[in-house]
Write a new protein. Structure first.
Length: 580
């Protein structure tokens, strides 16, 4: 077949197909036009999932009579004058092709009137041809009706799904804008039934809960971070939720709902390693000066690109990290938090290399009254229980710790109960403490250095990484063929001989370690050196462990991504007990 120029109709239909895919895409474009026109109220009406009728009515600025015909022309827009403007787009629309595309593939009616004109206009177009134009009088605003979508594109029409499916997609599209614009009233009706109705609200969180009522069940952390080039606001689920968290992950960039991989990655990594069953929920809004953002990389504008991806990543990552950390600290409200040196001091400061439970004499000086509603796992030393401290308030005496099966620590906080996995928590603490002091991790010198037998491969690996290990507090030397002698350990780590054997085995089996990855080494040391399940802890040890955990940057997860803390709020418990 020889090359021919396509007819105007064919070309227009093909182009229309890029923007207008299904009822939801029509609604998206029309709602964006209403928002661009400064509407305070947007009403959407559907019949047959939008296949028969889609109508979007607004109270925006309207279109002047002499411009209505222009509005449906391809590349006709009031929002962009030159290509320079493309670098500073502040409106939803700018390509001027939505109405023109719709006009090709349905019967399109525009009824509009501006604030300052006596008359409005009504324009009817079918398959690109103007069928009728007349003057009308109506309230200021615009109503666009799309009837019989794709009547002249049977293949496209056949591709549409059933009414309820298409309706759901429309709802999804509108909810995005409802989430973003809390001060605008939205209403969606289908075959005269009201599906969604959102009242204006000045408070963003109110609108979020209106649109996503399932989030009323979870606790959210608010995030707010500002910089000249970028601001981030929004909400993310608190990482220690118990139970199901629905999967809602929304990012908006300069007012557009977008999929942005860099942002997604930064959120996920800022959130911390995930255990399998917690899907982080978030609704986040990024705003940058328009010239920093390219919004014109996708016809449906679902993708954008920020000028400096590295900055974007770091900014989002830090914002999420900080918010979660701040929350973790405030979590200790009602918790006997003492920032005095003694409670933050490693609680096993004189660790021996045997896995020997600390004796009462080994305990750091206690800074809280040990009164507790739970019975402590060991008798409280006399000098501690006679401590002359006063009780600050009545609730104070209620706080205490309880060790469940020598594995989990239970503690009361003001909003309920936290359960800490002692091994995972200690692992997190050791890991962060090692990484914080890369050059000189505090160490304990072993009174009796430990000799560990290695395979020849393991000892080769050891030779390669021994300098790094020394900086992490684990000083060891080769000692005879296939033997190392361990002289120091990171302070507060607890290693028995078999733990050390495992440690060197894992170093040898981990590619990253052989490549000199210190994070990984620290993670492995933390894993083997952390107290184990089954290890009995005293009250002050438990207190210190929890205080130090919440001083960590990522307190909610161990370096492997397993949770360290689970919280049950009073509300959770009340619900479980059917109190409401
Ligand atoms: P774009 O939004 O990219 O400019 P459209 O084809 O969606 O292109 O709209 C073309 C023009 O029609 C807009 O630039 C605007 O001037 C006008 N317009 C469309 N819808 C409305 C509306 N609801 N209220 C006021 N003006 C509108
Ligand atoms: Mg538009």
């Amino acid at each position: 077949m020889s090359i021919r120029v396509l007819s105007r109709e064919t070309a227009a239909k093909i182009a229309a197909g890029e923007v207008i895919i299904r009822p939801a895409s029509v609604v998206k474009e029309l709602v964006e036009n209403s928002l661009d026109a400064g509407a305070k109220k947007v009403e959407i009406y559907l019949e047959q999932g939008g296949k028969k009728i889609i109508r979007v009515a607004d109270d925006g600025e309207g279109i002047p009579p002499d411009e209505v015909e222009l509005a449906v022309r391809r590349f006709a827009t009031s929002k962009l004058e030159s290509v320079q403007d493309l670098t500073r787009i502040a409106s939803y629309g700018f390509r001027g092709e939505a109405l023109a595309s719709m006009a090709e593939v349905c019967e399109l009616k525009i009824e509009t009137q501006t604030q300052d004109s006596e008359v409005g206009s009504s324009l009817l177009i079918k398959a690109g041809d103007i069928k009728e134009y007349r003057e009308i009088v109506r309230a200021p605003g615009t109503t666009v009706t799309v009837q019989d979508l794709f009547f002249n594109l049977p293949a496209r029409r056949a591709f549409l799904r059933n009414d309820s499916y298409e309706t759901r997609l429309v709802l999804g599209a509108v909810r995005n804008y409802a989430l973003l614009e809390p001060e605008i009233r939205f209403e969606i009706r289908s075959n005269r039934k009201i599906l969604d109705s959102y009242r204006p609200s000045k408070e963003w969180i109110k609108r979020i809960l209106d649109v996503l009522p399932q989030l009323k069940k979870v606790e959210l952390i608010s995030i707010s971070q500002k910089h000249q080039l970028l601001t981030l606001d929004g909400f993310i689920v608190r990482p220690d939720q118990s139970g199901e968290v629905s999967k809602v992950q929304k990012t908006f960039f300069n007012g557009r709902p977008v999929l942005y991989r860099t942002v997604y990655r930064a959120i996920m990594e800022g959130f911390g390693p995930q255990s399998n069953n917690l899907v982080p929920f978030f609704v986040l809004k990024l705003v940058s000066p328009p010239e920093m953002l390219d919004s014109n990389i996708h016809p449906a504008k679902t993708e954008v690109r920020f000028r400096d991806e590295r900055f974007l990543y770091d900014f989002v990552f830090q914002a999420v990290r900080k918010a979660i950390h701040r929350e973790a600290v405030s979590n200790l409200e009602g918790f006997p938090m003492h920032t005095s040196a003694s409670s933050l001091r490693p609680y096993l400061s004189r660790t021996t290399h045997q896995n020997m439970p600390a004796t009462p004499q080994d305990l750091p000086q206690l800074t809280m009254p040990p009164t507790t509603v739970f019975s402590p796992s060991r008798p409280v030393p006399a000098e501690i229980s006679n401590s002359p401290m006063e009780l600050p308030d009545s609730s104070y005496s209620q706080t205490g710790f309880w060790q469940l099966q020598n594995t989990y620590i239970l503690a009361q906080v003001s909003s309920g109960l936290i359960i800490v996995d002692q091994h995972a928590a200690h692992e997190r603490i050791l890991y962060e403490e090692m990484l914080e002091q890369l050059e000189g991790v505090p160490r304990q010198r072993l009174l009796f250095p430990l000799i560990v037998e290695l395979t020849s491969e393991e000892s080769a690996t050891f030779e390669e990484i021994s300098d790094y290990l020394g900086k992490l507090g684990l000083e060891a030397k080769s000692f005879g063929p296939n033997q190392v002698i361990v002289e120091t350990l990171p302070a507060d780590a607890k290693f028995g001989q078999s733990d050390l054997k495992e440690l060197f085995r894992e170093f040898n089996q981990t590619d990253e370690v052989r490549l000199g990855n210190r994070d990984k080494m620290a993670a492995i040391i933390a894993c083997h050196g952390a107290i184990k399940a089954g290890h009995i802890l005293s009250q002050p040890e438990m207190e210190s462990l929890i205080n130090r955990l919440f001083c960590c940057k990522t307190p909610y997860f161990c370096p492997h991504g397993r949770p360290t803390v689970i919280k049950f709020t009073m509300t959770d418990l009340d619900k479980r007990f059917g109190r409401f």
